[in-house]
Design a protein around this ligand. Structure first.
Ligand SMILES: Nc1ncnc2c1ncn2[C@@H]1O[C@H](COP(=O)(O)OP(=O)(O)O)[C@@H](O)[C@H]1O
Ligand SMILES: [Mg+2]
Length: 260
């Protein structure tokens, strides 16, 4: 029964400039997951995300919403792409456009709607990510780092995607803004039922939101499962990250969720 699997990566192999990045990678994301991809810097997290987003060539198969994206027609691929909301590390808003105009870009490219309606839709998206209506009229330079990320998130949500892809969304944020961003992700996941795939190296953020995850390392998947499954894995890097000095958040989480 694969009915609830929305993304399935099977025997994925990726090489970049003659260097093997992924060798026989297998993961699956279920509908409604907040799925985190973690692993050392350079372990190929972003590359894996880019492959799912059809921005990176690969061998093997990636099935998204029941479509094998490596084999599908361009038409089918573009239909699948319409279900993607994407936010990369640098929020990359157009500096010369207001936040409202930034968020509306894909909507205006997709359908011709009366200006008033576009405004209402955009303001609704702003409220979904916890930003005030006034933000609509501001320019990116007038926003704090946390607000910029949320504006980029609102832009990713503009076409009501089923899948939300985030690459290091909390990087560069202060701890309070990062926590607030995590809360927003959880709320969107609950409220809209949106499935989230997130690359992160922020352990706090990881424990705040993750329902399932995978750990990449040595070109493969070292472990996949719930955070609870992951920490039980016999792997040096995993042990180090969760039980080392930086694993304080985990130790708190562990107290709350039972004993390991
Ligand atoms: N366009 C590229 N050409 C060649 N090598 C690349 C390219 N992009 C990334 N790499 C290499 O692939 C590996 C994985 O990169 P990346 O997916 O960005 O890792 P992560 O996101 O886990 O930090 C790194 O060793 C990186 O140097
Ligand atoms: Mg990366």
């Amino acid at each position: 029964m694969g009915g609830d699997i929305v993304i399935e990566v099977k025997d994925l192999n990726i090489s970049l400039k003659g260097k093997t990045i992924h060798k026989n990678v297998n993961i699956s994301v279920n509908r409604g997951d907040i799925y985190s991809i973690i692993g050392k810097s350079g372990s190929g997290k972003s590359t894996l995300l880019r492959a799912m987003l059809m921005l990176q060539k690969f061998e093997g198969s990636i099935i998204i919403l029941s479509t094998d994206i490596g084999k599908a027609s361009n038409e089918k691929r573009s239909m699948i792409r319409k279900q993607f909301g994407v936010m990369f590390q640098a929020a990359s808003l157009f500096t010369s456009l207001t936040i409202g105009e930034n968020i509306a870009v894909s909507l205006n490219e997709t359908v011709k709607l009366p200006k008033r309606m576009v405004e209402n839709i955009v303001k609704f998206k702003l409220s979904l990510v916890g930003l005030d209506d006034d933000v609509y009229y501001l320019y990116p330079s007038e926003l704090s780092g946390g607000m910029k990320k949320k504006a980029a998130l609102a832009r990713a949500l503009i076409l009501d995607p089923q899948l939300l892809f985030l690459d290091e969304p909390t990087s560069g944020l202060d701890p309070v803004s990062a926590e607030d961003f995590d809360k927003t992700i959880r709320q969107l996941n609950k409220l809209l039922g949106i499935t989230v795939v997130m690359v992160t190296h922020d352990l706090d953020s990881f424990f705040n939101v993750t329902t399932r995850c995978c750990v990449l390392g040595d070109k493969k998947v070292l472990a996949e499962g719930t955070p609870f499954d992951i920490i039980k894995t016999e792997d040096e890097w995993i042990k180090k990250i969760f039980f080392g000095e930086r694993g304080i958040k985990f130790q708190r989480w562990n107290q709350k969720h039972g004993s390991y």
